[in-house]
Design a protein around this ligand. Structure first.
Ligand SMILES: NC(=O)c1ccc[n+]([C@@H]2O[C@H](COP(=O)([O-])OP(=O)(O)OC[C@H]3O[C@@H](n4cnc5c(N)ncnc54)[C@H](OP(=O)(O)O)[C@@H]3O)[C@@H](O)[C@H]2O)c1
Length: 266
């Protein structure tokens, strides 16, 4: 089925991708993905489990690999606008796949709880995401001439992306610093975060992630980027609601005015 780029494989995979995003969103009402300490797999009988750091690195590595491989197969790979997006992509995924996991502070004795099923789901998303965007940027998209740098969609998208990325990094930084660099075994594992956008919401790191993919979709103006925005929002909005509920249940003194992810709204 060729309805977007004219390439039947691309267009069919894009449809499948959107159906998959819908499925992930529906599934998130039943439970959130089993990674991270609060929501990780517990018990002995539930499949392969990894430590958080290793789980994150293995899951996110295709983000650093698929995109550049497909990118350099494209006709316009050495044009200025696609090269700019390549730089944005590599920065984003270097942070997600390498920097964030390396900086993560794991309490000694924390059992491995990062589900291998989550890694498989992450790989599917990253393969599709990398292929859709790299192929569109260097092969199918015809808007990426030098004029694109002054197009209002590019300028607005870049501002939204930079705001979201900055918010994500800053919020991750606050969360990380709630634990000491080498946490003592008896240190409380979780504390209430304060500062920055935590003043208004429980999960500003997720809000930042959603904003950055919104900005990426606007500045590249392609449906492949909308696919990953749908996946991210479908995963992180419900996860923020679970996290918010978890804080309220576990901390009596949790600030009552805080929302889960969107200030004053949700
Ligand atoms: N694009 C996507 O679809 C997507 C999906 C998921 C995540 N992400 C991004 O990946 C990053 C990490 O996500 P995540 O879900 O693992 O985030 P998270 O729950 O915020 O956890 C991040 C780190 O902070 C620790 N932590 C969290 N809350 C804490 C607290 N109250 N006190 C002390 N330490 C705390 C966690 O420890 P524990 O592991 O021990 O809980 C973990 O090491 C975020 O920037 C997120 O936006 C993106």
């Amino acid at each position: 089925m060729a309805w977007y780029t004219g390439n039947a494989l691309y267009d069919t995979l894009l449809l499948i991708g959107f159906a998959y995003a819908l499925l992930v969103f529906a599934a998130s009402f039943v439970g959130t993905a089993a990674y991270g300490g609060r929501f990780g797999l517990k018990g002995k009988k539930q499949g392969i489990k990894l430590g958080s750091r290793m789980g994150w690195i293995i899951m996110e590595l295709p983000g650093l690999m698929v995109f550049p491989v497909v990118y350099f197969m494209g006709t316009n790979a050495y044009e200025a606008v696609p090269l700019f997006f390549l730089a944005v992509w590599m920065m984003h995924y270097s942070n997600r796949a390498l920097i964030t996991p390396m900086l993560m502070r794991v309490q000694p004795g924390t059992p491995a709880s990062f589900s291998f099923n989550v890694i498989i789901a992450g790989w599917i998303t990253l393969f599709l995401h990398g292929y859709f965007n790299a192929a569109y940027l260097t092969e199918y998209g015809d808007q990426y001439t030098l004029d694109w740098f002054s197009d209002p969609r590019f300028v607005l998208g870049l501002i939204v992306y930079a705001t979201g990325f900055g918010l994500n990094i800053h919020s991750d930084h606050i969360l990380r610093n709630l634990r000491s660099k080498t946490p003592a075994p008896n240190e409380p594992r979780y504390k209430i975060p304060f500062g920055g956008v935590f003043r208004w919401v429980t999960c500003p790191q997720y809000l930042g992630e959603i904003l950055s993919f919104t900005g990426f979709a606007i500045m590249t103006w392609n449906l492949g980027a909308v696919f990953v925005l749908a996946m991210t929002a479908g995963n992180l909005i419900p996860r923020a609601l679970y996290t918010h509920r978890w804080f309220r249940k576990n901390f009596d003194e949790y600030p009552p005015e805080r929302k889960a992810i969107f200030p004053k709204l949700l």
